[in-house]
Design a binder for this molecule. Structure first.
Ligand code: HEC
Length: 191
């Protein structure tokens, strides 16, 4: 009896693997970027990211002092590495950001990240798999990643000097991307 049950379970596993392979090779699993992620995909990605961060991010707080110099450095790093996807102070999407799957959060338009320092640091250093979010740990050093973390956490309450520098960064949205295409939502974050 047990032997039959084991054989049945093995058969179900084999059929499941074959069905998954067939779905992939017949193109039944969408590979395009211009679609909305399914509820299952969103749930799976979020659950996996939260669990990885809970295991790996630790609880370090930003070791750098909150100064105008560090904030200015964070703004300059953000302008050259992040703005094309996460938008400038006007919050408008670039063509690259509107075409990405997942849509990058536009921090200035919606909200500055309020996650713990260690979690923001982890996301910048390691990136987020299967999204457009790159890992910067190989190209930016520790101090630079903490300066970016500091800027992100303070972007909606900047002191006057850094605030002026932030507002001076040019918009990344092309004139065309401000016009909603027919049939496309004008605000990618609202879909
Ligand atoms: C090529 C596009 C791209 C670039 C460049 C980019 N990001 Fe991202 N980023 C994304 C996407 C897409 C997500 C959303 C991932 C998701 O849905 O989980 C994201 C998510 C994040 C998050 C998590 C936001 C949240 O609320 O969970 C942080 C923090 C972040 N990025 C910071 C940065 C910083 C800092 C830089 C520059 C050093 C940067 N990103 C550069 C595409 C990008």
């Amino acid at each position: 009896m047990i032997r039959w049950m084991a054989a049945g379970a093995a058969l179900i596993v084999v059929l499941g693997v074959l069905a998954a392979y067939a779905a992939l090779s017949f193109g039944l699993v969408p590979a395009n970027a211009d679609a909305r992620p399914s509820a299952f995909e969103r749930w799976a990605a979020r659950t996996s990211l939260d669990a990885t961060i809970a295991r790996e991010a630790g609880s370090a707080i930003n070791p750098l002092p909150l100064t105008d110099e560090n904030l200015d450095a964070g703004i300059r790093l953000y302008a050259s590495n992040c703005m094309v996807c996460h938008a400038a102070s006007d919050g408008n999407s670039s063509n690259i950001a509107s075409g990405l799957y997942q849509h990058p959060p536009r921090f200035a338009k919606f909200s500055a990240p309020d996650d713990p320092d260690s979690e923001i640091y982890w996301k910048i250093a390691h990136g987020i798999r299967l999204t457009g979010m790159p890992a910067f740990g190989g190209s930016l050093n520790d101090t630079q990643i903490w300066q970016l973390t500091m800027f992100l956490k303070n972007m909606d309450k900047l002191p006057p000097g850094p605030d002026a520098l932030w507002k001076k960064q040019p918009s990344v949205a092309s004139a065309k991307s401000k016009q909603p295409k027919p049939g496309m939502p004008s605000n990618p974050d609202s879909i």
